[in-house]
Structure formats: structure tokens, C-alpha cells
Ligand binder design. Sequence first.
Ligand code: SAM
Ligand code: DTB
Ligand code: SF4
Length: 327
Amino acid sequence: MDLNQGQQGEIRSNWSLAEVRALHALPFADLIWHAQSIHRRHFDPNEVQVSTLLSIKTGACPEDCAYCPQSVRYDTGLERESLMDPGTVIERARAAKANGATRFCMGAAWRSPKDRDLDSVAEMVSGVRELGLETCATLGMLTPAQARRLKDAGLDYYNHNLDTSEDFYGEIITTRTYQDRLDTLAAVRDAGIHVCCGGILGMGEDASDRVALLHTLATLAPHPESVPVNQLVQVEGTPLAGTAPIDPIEFVRIIALARILMPRAHVRLSAGRSSMSDEMQALCFLAGANSIFYGEKLLTTGNPDTASDHALFGRLGIRPEPAAASG
Ligand code: SAM
Ligand code: DTB
Ligand code: SF4
């Protein structure tokens, strides 16, 4: 493979599966060098975007996603909570901003929101935006009209993951299709909201599934603005508890692949950081990850505490990315 190809800064959505496979198979040093050179063309390599998550409606979800502690079908001991009141959410966003977050992501355990729920979510979105934070939501499937409504309320990003390859998908979720997910992504894109879309590694998929997921993401035109790469957080009671963990070097390879294929996207080192060493996270940043979830909780599971993230940033000389430049 000619590593100088694609070094001209061009953004492509016509990647072939064979090209993605060949990149994935590169010797590790070549892959990281390639990813790091592309990263430096588009981003300050010492800046990382910082988002904070809040679960605004927790548990009792009708879907059967095999990884998820919030599905009503699995007994994970999670306490369900109804939709939070907008004032409380806005206060939590204010605290996240004071702690240094520039984006606030509100997640709800829904298959899709009811129109009446969107009244409250719209109030949250506009209130959070007034604080000067970027807004993100992940609420399940959306119709085009719901997406437009969220855009009008001031929503900057919508997170909706493909999770895995189309082939492996049926092993993980049966209550909605891959095409349903692509349709929601199209509705979000058409409404003019930035797309945040990625997946989960370590669910028992094989390398060809990971390559296929990256190929699907990188052939979306335009690419998602944010690409979260989650490592499965294994939760007792979910069908995926006890799955063999992914090889950390393979995880870093997928981060590098995301960076090379989607040069302008923010690649987020998402769930799973609590079980990663500082050295592993440093490798991910070197491979082109430039966003994290920051704050002691993801949605329902733990995340590194803010003091250890400050220490990590300090050790690596990383600065949080200012809000205006985020994408
Ligand atoms: N219910 C909505 C949906 O699924 O579209 C939004 C919230 S859902 C929790 C958001 C994403 O979190 C999922 O698509 C999945 O990628 C990720 N996620 C959920 N549980 C996870 C786990 N145990 N480990 C890693 N990622 C997880
Ligand atoms: C994403 O890709 N990862 C975040 C966010 N989008 C919503 C969620 C991770 C959830 C991990 C399990 C939990 O805390 O419930
Ligand atoms: Fe529900 Fe979302 Fe969890 Fe799936 S990932 S069970 S849709 S909360």
C-alpha cells in the first residue's frame, strides 16, 4: 500500500472495502504514522474535545440491545428513572461547563421519543445552549419531523450509533434494523444537525466486522462529524457479560483506521476508558482520537474521575479544545 496516497488532505467517501482491509492490516508502526500524519493536517494533535453525558431518562427500554444495561429485558439491577425535569438538566449542564466540558450530551433510554417528550427535550436543548455549551442528544430513532424540531430547538449534534457491521448486527439487536439506523442518520443529516455515529468494539465480533463497520461509516457522504469508538462496558445481567475482551492493540488499530478514513471527524475514545491504562489511552490519542467523555459517569456506568483525567492530560500535555472550534 502506498502510504503517501491520501496524504494530500482529500476527504473521500468512496473507500473500497479492500482499501480499508489493507489499511487495517498495515504493520502497527506504519498504521500509527499514517494516522498521526493525517491527524496533524486537520487538528492540533495536543487538543482533545471534552463532552459530558447525562442520562435524562434511565432504564426500562423496550429494545433488546445485548450490550445495554438499560434494556427492560435484562436484570441488571438498574433503577429506572422517568424523564428529568428541564430545570434539573440545565443545572447539571451548568456544573459540567464549570468543570470544563464544552459539549453536553443528553441520553434517553427510548426506542424513539414520543412527540410530547420532545417538548421537554426541546426546552433542555435550548436551555443548555443558552449556557454557551454545544448540545448533543441521543434519544433513539427519529422521524424527519422530530429531527427538524430538535434542530429548531438548537440541537448541534445527534448521536445514533451503527454499533457494529451489518452482518453481525442481528446477533446484537433484533428490535430494530440496520436500515432503521441509517434512516435516522439521514433524517438527522437532512435536518442540518451534525451527526455523531460510531460503534462498540469487544462484543464478540471479528476483525472483518470491525473493518466493515468502519467502511460503512467512512462511505457515508458526508462523514459523521463525530465518531465515538466505544469499548464494551460489560454489565452483569446483559447477554454480553463475560464476552472475551478485545485485544487493546486491535482497539488502537480501529481508532487509527477511523482517523485515516474520516480525517476531519472528531474520533471519540468513548465508553470503556475506566478499564484502560493511561498508556493505552495515550496510544489512542497518538492514533488520532481527539475527543473523550469527561465526568464520573457515562450514562449508567462509571467513567474515570475528573482528577485522573486532569492528571492524564497533564502527563500528555493535552489541552481541552475550545468550544467554538469543535466539530
Ligand atoms: N436509546 C438510544 C439508542 O440506543 O439509540 C440512545 C441511548 S444508547 C445507551 C446510546 C449508545 O450507547 C448505544 O447506541 C451504544 O452504542 C452505547 N452503549 C450502550 N451500552 C453500552 C455498553 N455497555 N458499552 C458500550 N457502549 C454502550
Ligand atoms: C456513545 O457512543 N457512547 C455513549 C454515548 N454515545 C451516548 C454511551 C456509552 C454508554 C455506556 C454504558 C452506560 O453507561 O450505560
Ligand atoms: Fe435502549 Fe438504547 Fe439501551 Fe438499546 S442502547 S436498550 S435502545 S437504551
